[in-house]
Design a protein around this ligand. Structure first.
Ligand code: S3P
Length: 191
């Protein structure tokens, strides 16, 4: 890849939002590898904290409880003196934008990028996934279409930038993301 790898984010994170299967984790890992910025995966942090998988949390405590855990984690990342957020890459769960408070925290916390993707691509990428409780349904097309429709305006509201990823490979997405983040933080520093 031709671009300079490091980005001076002024100690702030790059945050990836988007539907399940939009590539947040894959893109986050690759961007982390290229920039040296650590990757924080919100789902993984919650799983580690509770010692349970996401499906187990949904099964034992319900979706509302999981949403509360997401908000608590975001508050910690924003407010705690020991927050690891800093100059990191944060990969979020697809439903993190559902709560208005989360959308506000995300936008204050860092540079938020929406990895947008079509319903068809989500269906293909998540076809073998058994760790996503919301997709354990026979009518995946209907469920994913509804979630995309409901969430699109929320992703739009929370994001500083949107990348349409359906026809891109991972490196193309990483390159677009890197360029936009660099531009954002450069203009940020001259404000
Ligand atoms: C969810 C997405 C999942 C996970 C949970 C709920 C959602 O994360 O947080 O299953 O509501 O879209 P990924 O987007 O990483 O799959």
């Amino acid at each position: 890849m031709s671009f300079c790898k490091t980005i001076d984010t002024h100690g702030r994170p790059i945050i990836l939002i988007g539907m399940m299967g939009s590539g947040k984790t894959t893109v986050g890992k690759e961007l982390s590898r290229l920039t040296g910025m650590p990757l924080l995966d919100m789902d993984s942090i919650i799983e580690e904290q509770l010692g349970k998988s996401i499906p187990e949390i949904f099964r034992d405590s319900g979706e509302a409880h999981f949403r509360a855990l997401e908000t608590a984690l975001l508050r910690y990342l924003e407010e705690s003196p020991t927050s690891p957020a800093g100059a990191s890459i944060i990969s979020t769960g697809g439903g993190v934008v559902l709560r208005p408070e989360n959308r506000h925290i995300l936008k204050r916390l860092g540079y938020v990028v929406w990895l947008d993707v079509t319903v068809e691509v989500i269906i293909e990428r998540t076809s073998r996934s058994s760790n996503r409780p919301l997709l354990q349904t026979p009518d995946r097309f209907e469920v994913i279409s509804r979630l995309c429709e409901q969430r699109a305006p929320l992703y739009e509201e929370a994001a500083h930038f949107r990348i349409e990823t359906s026809s891109c490979d991972v490196l193309q997405v990483v390159e677009a993301l890197h360029a936009s983040a660099k531009q954002y933080f450069e203009s940020f520093s001259t404000r």
